[in-house]
Design a protein around this ligand. Structure first.
Ligand SMILES: Nc1ncnc2c1ncn2[C@@H]1O[C@H](COP(=O)(O)OP(=O)(O)O)[C@@H](O)[C@H]1O
Ligand SMILES: [Mg+2]
Length: 243
């Protein structure tokens, strides 16, 4: 694949995925530019997480392509995509419970060559408003703090694109407000592109520039949030699945 200068930062097209003999995703495609926030919404089971697994390199699609800066990255594995600047967060924030906060940052710094400095870690922690003392055992961190710690570890590497799976799941309103302001700052001030999966429409209202709506493995609508939520297909998908 050549690298036209007009290529979007990140794009996928014609993605199909089978798991356990079942078709999970069908004909998925979208593009995203630096600094943009693209929301992916849809009822539980729509295939949102499976899509992130493909984009981050954990699942191999049956067919279709993923491009980064115009380069075909289909064959690259998770850590290779991470090195290129694609960061991924998970719905369940898994930290190493045997380590302290300081030890976690140190391990993250030393995962890069050349090693990142303490300053890099402190800077990344400040970006996500993470304030836990470095002696704090990770086992004692709340869900929100775990998300902050993991996001800080990714931000140290100065990613160009974040793939985030339900970063607000299990959080209280004041924490969700902080996620909002953190993501706004990362996208609009640091020009990081963010693909954020969320099944609650109202949460994307303030941060998403555009949304893609998925249902039963397909994209059923795409565009501005205000426009797509009024589409009959989207309303039907939500009323069918959400009480
Ligand atoms: N490893 C797997 N093997 C088989 N089916 C799976 C697997 N992971 C997810 N699925 C199925 O794929 C569909 C989409 O799941 P998922 O991507 O987790 O949806 P969402 O994140 O939108 O809730 C669901 O029907 C789910 O049961
Ligand atoms: Mg999911």
């Amino acid at each position: 694949m050549s690298e036209p200068s007009s290529a979007p930062l990140f794009a996928c097209r014609d993605l199909y995925l089978d798991l356990g003999g079942r078709e999970i995703l069908r004909d998925i495609g979208f593009e995203i530019e630096p600094g943009e926030v693209l929301g992916i919404i849809g009822p539980n089971g729509a295939g949102k997480t499976s899509l992130l697994e493909i984009l981050s390199g954990r699942y191999t699609p049956k067919s279709g392509e993923v491009f980064y800066n115009g380069r075909d990255i289909n064959k690259l594995r998770l850590f290779e995509r991470a090195r290129l600047g694609i960061g991924r967060t998970y719905q369940t924030p898994v930290v190493c419970e045997d380590l302290t906060v300081g030890e976690t940052f140190k391990a993250a710094r030393q995962a890069y060559k050349p090693y990142l400095t303490r300053f890099d870690a402190e800077y990344a922690a400040a970006l996500v408003h993470f304030t836990a003392d470095e002696d704090t055992p990770c086992a004692q961190l709340k869900t929100f703090e775990r998300r902050q710690l993991l996001l800080a570890n990714i931000l140290m590497k100065q990613p160009k694109l974040l793939l985030m799976d339900e970063p607000a799941a299990g959080l209280i309103n004041s924490e969700i407000d902080q996620i909002d302001s953190i993501l706004r700052m990362l996208s609009k001030e640091m020009n990081i592109a963010v693909v954020i999966v969320e099944h609650r429409i109202e949460l994307l209202d303030t941060i998403a520039d555009r949304v893609v709506v998925m249902d039963a493995g397909e994209i059923i609508a795409a565009g501005l949030l205000g426009d797509v939520v009024n589409s009959p297909q989207v309303r039907a998908a939500y009323f069918e699945h959400v009480e």
